[in-house]
Structure formats: C-alpha cells, structure tokens
Design a protein around this ligand. Sequence first.
Ligand SMILES: Nc1ncnc2c1ncn2[C@@H]1O[C@H](COP(=O)(O)OP(=O)(O)OP(=O)(O)O)[C@@H](O)[C@H]1O
Ligand SMILES: [Mg+2]
Length: 451
Amino acid sequence: MPNRNKPCSLIVDAESAHTEVLHALLEKRGLNPIVCNNLADARDLLETRSRSIAVAFITLDLDDGEGLELLGGSTPFYEDTEIALMHDVDDPVRARRGIAHQASYFFCKPLDEKFVGELLEDIKQEWTAESEEVGEKLNCAVDQFGLMRGNSSPMRKLYRVVRKVAATEATVLLVGESGTGKELAAQTLHQMSGLDGPFVAMNCGAISAELAESELFGHEKGSFSGADKQHAGYFERAEGGTLLLDEIGEMSMDLQVKLLRVLETRKFRRVGGTKDISMNVRFVSATNRDPETAIHDGLLREDLYFRIAQFVLKMPPLRNRGSDIQGLAQYMLNELNEVNDTAKYFSEESLSALVSYPWPGNVRELKSAIERAYIMADQQLEREHFPDGQIDLVEAGDYLRVSVGASLEHTEKKQIMATLASFDGDKKAAADSLGISLKTLYNRLNEYEAP
Ligand SMILES: Nc1ncnc2c1ncn2[C@@H]1O[C@H](COP(=O)(O)OP(=O)(O)OP(=O)(O)O)[C@@H](O)[C@H]1O
Ligand SMILES: [Mg+2]
C-alpha cells in the first residue's frame, strides 16, 4: 500500500508557459507536481507511481499522440485519481470521450486559477483524510451516504461527486450495470439537492411507445379515445422536485426529440393541449448501457445525450467494491434480524467467501442471496445456504479451494475475482500480483461482463 499521506500530481503538457502556472498551483498545495512532456514519459511514470497520484492534468494534443490515449479501456490510472483534461479551445467531443472514461473535468487554457485552486484544496483534503482510514478497511461496518451504503474507495469517490453535483442544477446521467444502485443514487441526489418537490421515477423501458408521450406530458380530456379525463404527466408530477428518466436508452427516438425540446425550453404542452406549461424540474437519467455505444447503435440521440449528461456518474460494480461486499452483506443480515427479531449470523467462512463471486447482478443479487440464505439457515449462515457457484471455490482467509475437474476457465475466473477483491478493486495491483498485464486483466473482466 503506497503512502497516501504523500500525494503527488501529474501534468502532461509540453507548453512551458502553461505548465509553470499549474506547477506553482500544485506545489502551493503540497501536491508535489511531476511534469511529463509527452505520453511516453507519462506512461513510464504511471507504471510505478499511479497509486500516489491524486490529480492529473492532461492536455489533449501532445507530440507523440493524444492525451486521451492515457484513458480509454485499459487506463493505467489509479481509480481514485482525479483527472482533468485541458485544451486551448473548447472541444466538446473529446471532452465527452474523456469524461466517459475517468476524466472528471475539462478546462480551457489558461485555467481559472481560483477555481482550480479550490478544487486542489478539496482533493488534497480528501486524499489525506482517506489515508487515515486505510487501516480500517476490513471491518464490516458500512458508511451511509444519503440512501447509499458502502465505504470502498470507488463509493467514496462517488459520494464526493454526488455531494458536489446535488447542489447544482446540472443534469446527471447515472451509468452502471443492473443492480448497482442507480435509482438509489438518484434518490440520494434528490435528497441532497434540498428541492421541496417530490422524487418521481419513470421507467422508459416499461411504458409502451404509444403511451409514453401522454405519460410524460400528460393529456387533456378527450385528446384521444380513452382519455376520459385530464391527466397530469410525469413532468407535472415532478414539479419542484426531481424526475428520474430510467433506462433512457429505451425511449423511442420520436420521444427523445420531444424531450430534448422540453429540456431546452423548460416548457411543455399536454397531449391535446393548446397552452405551454412552464416547469421547474431537475432531470436525472439512468442507463445500464454504455452511452457511447448507445449513441453509436442509434438508441440514444447525441444531442439529447449532451443535454441530459452534463455530469456522468458511473456506478461501480459490486465486484470492484472490495470489503463493501461483506459490509453490505452484514448490514442486510442485521436488517433481517431486526425485522424478524432473530440473531442469525454468518459463519466466518461464508462471509469471507462472498468476495470471490463476481456478483453480475450487483447489490440486488447480493440482497436476494442473503435473504435466501437467511431463510434456509437455522442460526448460522453457511456456504451451503448460498446458491451453487456463488461461493463454491473459496475457503476462509486468503485461499481458494478448487474442485478437481472444475474447468480452468472457471478456476481462473475465481482466482482473478478473489485477487481483485483482496486488492480492493485495484486492477493494477491485482494484475501485478497475478503476474499478468493490466490489459489481459481488463480483457478477462470484459469477457466476464459479456452477457
Ligand atoms: N449502495 C447501496 N447500499 C444499499 N443498498 C443498495 C446499494 N446499491 C443498491 N442497493 C439495493 O440494491 C437494489 C438495487 O438497487 P437499484 O434499484 O437502485 O439498482 P439499479 O442500478 O437501478 O438497477 P437496474 O439497472 O436493474 O434498475 C435495491 O434494493 C437497493 O436498495
Ligand atoms: Mg433501476
């Protein structure tokens, strides 16, 4: 574990007039800046130092390639590193590509020193505060932020962004696999925003294309057969509050055009209505598809994406959340005990074994596994109370038990997932320990994620 009390920072830029200013800002905050003039030097540095880099400023165009090449599918950056992209002029397309990966900010040069200074102050504080908590990682207590639970570093990072974004009017797109807590995050955003109105969720995938328009906009009496009274749509019901557009990639293209217009004008008209109604609603959208792919496949309009995704929040999959798996499991069991007035508990073996399973259904799957095991167990929740395959290969502690005859593929997957979990989701550290390249690890994880 690196010494996170001594964070450093990275500037990837060859323009000396610019790097000097940034260097001074970083130095002033004790963030030990390192300057790399090209991608090759940056890559070399990341090989050895990635875990101690608190923040990186990367310019888009360098002599040996594009700054974005440092991000992408197999980013060598540590997941806690805050990344800011920079360019001489606005470049929304490349900014979006970066933000779809690990970048959080895009700045035009010259940087606004006041804003960047405040940001650095925040990063410095968070980075040093977290280093004090590292030793406590493996106890099973879970922090709660709004409605979300978990204290792994990906979750803490998410909490920080949610806290900052909640107070603004920015639209937010939550991207994450099924069961990662997108709806819970949207509710938390609403809670933290201080808005007085209600939280309303519309599942775009669950409403037929014909009805979706009247569900969203409402309708006037008699506007179509069956419309026997006036109906308030989701926009009206969410007035003064937050509207979650869930599974936004499932919305018909027609309706996406209409929604875009509403987002631009902040006005809408009921189906069959003649007057515009102004609205004051905060929009949050969610999807379990990768937005870039959804745009490419013609499922999501690019112009709508720009409107709904001023901030993209990525929900970490449970398998990347290290000790959160056990923390959440324990928390869920405590809740069941409380409701039913029981005192059931995990065997040490079953609790430690849970981390080796990749949990493709994420927190939802964990919850149903715990509920099932709770019902099956008289007192102690044992391995046999969990469905086959979920925790079958792991013994207590740091060992895997491999059934003779199990396929190599299955065994390799268990080994990889358990190692990753033991490094708290740190892919670089896990790959090093497994003796494989980071790229190979990413390839495997992608294969496991494939449906
Ligand atoms: N961080 C968390 N802490 C506590 N419970 C959680 C957390 N994340 C998810 N859950 C629980 O897991 C279940 C699934 O969460 P949620 O519905 O928010 O996921 P989702 O990402 O919207 O899933 P889907 O894509 O399938 O709609 C819910 O019961 C929720 O309460
Ligand atoms: Mg959902």
